[in-house]
Design a protein around this ligand. Sequence first.
Ligand code: MTE
Length: 301
Amino acid sequence: MAFRWNNTLTRADATPYDAYLNRRQLMGGALGLGLVGAAGMGRAATSDLVPNSYEDITQYNNFYEFGTGKDDPARNAHMLTTSPWSVEIGGMVDNPGDYSMEQIMEAMTIEERIYRFRCVEAWSMVIPWNGFELADLLNLAGVQEGAKYVAFETALRKDEMPGTRFPILDWPYVEGLRLDEAMHPLTIMATGIYDKPIPNQNGAPIRLVVPWKYGYKSIKSIVRITVTDQQPPTAWNKALGHEYGFYSNVNPTVDHPRWSQATERLVGGGLFAKRQPTLMFNGYEDEIASLYEGMDLRVNH
Ligand code: MTE
């Protein structure tokens, strides 16, 4: 632990990040370990990762509802009203309805998960999320027999989201997971970063994080979750189906039609940093591979 945090201090220049690290160091070894990613699964998968700075994580984003430039979300996402907010949970569930953020936060246990995050564009970060397992929310809603998939939808507000005035994607942004992927303990709903409420540009007030899949599966600012027995459409698959499949698992051996996926650029690594090898399932192979046993991962990309 101590080595890890000291190591990060050399390139930590953002104040919130320094403050965070100092606090973590103060918490001390055993206590710190206990608090960071309490669940065994998340802990094992994330034990030796060095988080990117708060600056990197919140200034270099993809959130096309606010523009396609990497700095557009940080500049424009303040326009999004995130309170009040509710998530409509419906479809094949026992308790359908509008779940307010207050209700959700009250019912869920928030923990920290430090995950690798790999964008399909071949850049990556390490992000200390705060959130809860999606399975806990789905269990609250009560998934019914016969359900196979979970569909997600982002808010669509043309007056608050300038990017949605242009037909870049078929708005609203939608995503989907197989039910077993959605129920996996690594799959979380994030509501914070570095122990602060998640910034708008990162998907406030609540977004999905699926660490073994390309970043575009991790849909932001969710207003609707639908449990279904049909494979849901997904925004990037609808836009460019031959490039973006339903599964979108990080896989260094299956290239994007227009670029290699074998390596990645760690954001914040500096101008001369070497690209690093991309890991199968983004480094979560031990936990995840069994979900896809017997599947052709080239066909089901
Ligand atoms: N969700 C919505 N609603 N709109 C988007 O444009 N971009 C995706 C994903 N979720 C996106 C989205 C992509 S391509 C990536 S890489 C991640 O968000 C980026 O998350 P970050 O900005 O928090 O790093």
